[in-house]
Design a protein around this ligand. Structure first.
Ligand code: PGA
Length: 260
């Protein structure tokens, strides 16, 4: 199956792994893609592959991924380039260590650190200015879904978090219903598509027809080898942001196979 937009298969490792595990996982991911590319005899894969380890594993994972075609990303960044911000990491530092992407505004950061849309937007703008691609996360809670606020919530979060100057190159949107994250409860393909279509419409409004249609929208929330194909077959689902299933190279690859 092919789409105008190139799929993005992104692994969000969250706060998991020590050096040894991180290296082994990265090696496994690189090996799967390598095997596929070898078989494809020079043909490009129909997806981009990305892993986002915790900060402590960025350097060893960067080493393991060298030349593999698997991209490196981080899970958060500060808005400033440098300075007195104890415990923070700047987008320039991420770039320096080999990152191409950074996940921003994940619901766990919104919940654990009180991140608000305006802050997510500012971080995304800083990330873009540093030459990174921002993966901006949005998604409704179960209470919001139950009160019929799903589309309104996602529209509001997108409007508030979308960086100024967003393009298809520097911005990816990830729709992650909070009730589906780490719960084993996945949105049905129809539920996902309904929200993705609403996000697409907002992107077209904000960025214009051409650019808005080029921006990739990922689904995240218990995506796994069993449900990936059906989800990614939806017209506006352009890949996945994968947590639990990204921690085993064989599962992560099986998810990626969902877009082949
Ligand atoms: P999950 O996490 O796949 O474990 O549900 C996805 C995410 O939070 O990005």
């Amino acid at each position: 199956m092919s789409k105008a937009r190139r799929y993005l298969i992104a692994g969000n490792w969250k706060m998991n792994g020590y050096k040894k595990d991180g290296r082994a996982l990265a090696k496994g991911v690189a090996k799967s893609l390598g095997k596929y590319l070898k078989k494809a005899k020079g043909k490009k894969a129909p997806f981009d592959m990305l892993v986002c380890p915790p900060y402590t594993l960025l350097a060893p994972v960067a080493e393991e991924l060298k030349g593999s075609g698997v991209a490196l990303g981080a899970q958060n960044c500060h808005t400033a380039e440098k300075g007195a911000h104890t415990g923070d990491i700047s987008p320039q530092m991420l770039k320096d260590i080999g990152c191409k992407y950074v996940i921003l505004g994940h619901s766990e950061r919104r919940a654990d650190h009180g991140e608000k849309d305006a802050q997510v937007k500012a971080k995304a703008e800083a990330a873009i200015a540093a030459g990174l691609t921002a993966i901006v996360c949005i998604g409704e809670t179960l209470a919001q879904r139950d009160r019929n606020l799903t589309l309104a919530t996602n529209r509001r979060q997108l409007k508030g978090s979308l960086p100024e100057g967003a393009t298809a190159k520097n911005t990816v949107v990830a729709y992650e219903p909070v009730w589906a994250i780490g719960t084993g409860r996945t949105a049905t393909p129809e539920q996902a598509q309904e929200v993705h279509a609403a996000i697409r419409a907002e992107l077209v409004k904000a960025l214009g027809e051409e650019e808005g249609n080029k921006v990739r929208i990922l689904y995240g929330g218990s995506m796994n080898p069993k449900n990936a194909k059906e989800l990614m077959a939806q017209p506006d689902v352009d890949g996945g942001l994968i947590g639990g299933a990204a921690l085993k190279p064989e599962d992560f690859w099986a998810v990626a196979e969902g877009c082949l």
